[in-house]
Ligand binder design. Structure first.
Ligand SMILES: C[S@@+](CC[C@H](N)C(=O)[O-])C[C@H]1O[C@@H](n2cnc3c(N)ncnc32)[C@H](O)[C@@H]1O
Ligand code: SF4
Length: 437
């Protein structure tokens, strides 16, 4: 049973899908990115961003736009092909692509033949012996042809944007999709051989009741999701203008959000799923994410919690973020400008931050706290964090034993807030982030 302490959740905190977070990125000399690619020895992972969706949802914080004109899509894909060739040519001989993730937007906003060509280009240009391939899919635009290409390519992992099954919430967030459409998508993907199927769900939606949420959790389980990501809706219209359409008078308040997060946690924990970090759940047994959590090998990257052990992630496409031990970089966000840059055979990374030794140290502490629930602190961080940690220690949410800081089970909803204590860039009143629950 979690206890709600509003004072501990008063400040918005980052999701820490990287540290430093993207809020710290500044202009980047592309040469740093080129050098990082040249030194990316060994196992690397690729992320390919498709910034298009058939229809844009009001709440969406992702970098995406309506698929619209065919010509815009084609020129984006042409630029992406150029970037693939360019980036692959810079990698050292020893680099091996072990994972390929397609995300967006909605990769299935492009047509299946274009997708097949993209996959062929990746295999042709990168050394990729038997990589694990995953894809994010919008069920509203799933087709039999897409299922066929997923089977042909051998995609094992897929993630569906489900959000909520409640029709009145779907209306309020501009994301109407029938249960039939989700059931059909699940059937197609299972027949295509997808072994690990994730559902993205959201709580804290306009007009969403506890009952609505519980009903969505139940339907998710019954449909056999292997994994679930249960996100708290981040309502930040000052950063994401498309959210202004959402009636915020109808949003659950923070106490209700807290109760929803708790209900989600206990629902999955008592219905055959292992909690992974603070917002993911996975069926134990075969699922690699659950195995990684169990073995203490869980990691955090731009896609959330992951079992990907690689220290190098190369992002391709507009706004895609790359991560190297000494550098975080981001491609040009605007897809029109990205098309221009990549089609002229320039590297598209123009924002980012070079990671100092202090950044890397803090990054490891933050990642361990979020993934393993504990971290070993050096004397410096212990001293620095002591005062801010006290309210968590006093309320039994965390404990300290010599150099070890542990987040206790009751402290889980406060994990991001505790991790933020070790963020060297945090200003006390940042508006850039969302609530920790
Ligand atoms: C790239 S989309 C998933 C695939 C596909 N585009 C779809 O929606 O079906 C990424 C996920 O981010 C989550 N998301 C988007 N905007 C959000 C927000 N403002 N707050 C919380 N989660 C959000 C949604 O759960 C969404 O499924
Ligand atoms: S939630 Fe998914 S489908 Fe909706 S706009 Fe965002 S990326 Fe596109």
């Amino acid at each position: 049973m979690w206890t709600y302490y509003p004072d501990l959740l008063a400040k918005p905190v980052p999701r820490y899908t990287s540290y430093p977070t993207a809020a710290e990125f500044g202009d980047l000399d592309t040469d740093h990115y080129r050098q990082a690619l040249r030194h990316a020895e060994g196992d690397v992972s690729l992320y390919i961003h498709i910034p298009f969706c058939e229809k844009i949802c009001f709440y969406c914080g992702c970098n995406t736009a309506a698929a619209g004109r065919r010509q815009r899509l084609e020129s984006y894909l042409a630029a992406l092909h150029r970037e693939i060739v360019h980036v692959a040519s810079l990698l050292p001989q020893s680099a091996r692509v072990r994972r390929i993730a397609f995300g967006g937007g909605s990769p299935n906003a492009i047509n299946p033949d274009d997708f097949q060509r993209l996959v062929d280009a990746l295999f042709f240009n990168f050394a990729a012996p038997d990589p694990a391939i995953s894809i994010e899919l919008d069920p509203r635009t799933m087709t039999r042809e897409w299922a066929a290409v997923i089977e042909r390519v051998g995609i094992q992992r897929a993630s569906l944007g489900v959000q909520t099954f409640a029709p009145h919430c779907q209306e309020a967030i501009g994301r109407v999709q029938s249960e039939d459409c989700i059931v059909q998508t699940v059937d197609w993907l299972r027949e295509a051989g997808v072994a690990s199927l994730n559902f993205d769900l959201m709580y804290g939606l306009p007009g969403q009741s506890m009952h609505d949420l519980e009903d969505s959790l139940q339907r998710t389980r019954v449909l056999g999701a292997d994994r679930v990501a249960l996100f708290g809706y981040a309502h930040v219209p000052h950063i994401v203008p498309r959210q202004k359409v959402i009636d915020d008078s109808n949003l659950p308040d923070q106490r209700e959000r807290f109760a929803m997060a708790e209900m989600g946690y206990s629902y999955f924990a008592t219905h055959g799923y292992a909690p992974i970090g603070f917002d993911h759940f996975a069926r134990p047994g075969g699922d690699p994410l659950a195995r990684a959590a169990f073995e203490g090998k869980l990691r955090r990257n731009f896609q959330g919690f992951t079992d990907d052990p690689s220290d190098v992630l190369i992002g391709l496409g507009a706004s895609a973020i790359s991560s190297f031990p000494h550098l975080l970089s981001q491609n040009e966000k605007n897809s029109g400008r990205y098309r221009m840059i990549a089609s002229q055979d320039h590297l598209a990374a123009n924002r980012g931050i070079r990671r100092t030794a202090d950044d890397r140290y803090r990054a490891a502490v933050i990642e361990q706290l979020l993934c393993q629930g504990r971290a070993q602190l050096g004397a410096c961080l212990m001293r620095e964090g002591r005062e801010a940690l006290q309210p968590f220690l006093d309320r039994g949410l965390a404990s300290i034993d010599r150099q070890w800081l542990d987040i206790l089970p009751e402290g889980l909803p406060y994990a991001r807030t505790i991790a933020a204590i070790f963020d060297g860039y945090r200003s006390p009143s940042s508006r850039k982030f969302s609530s920790a629950v």
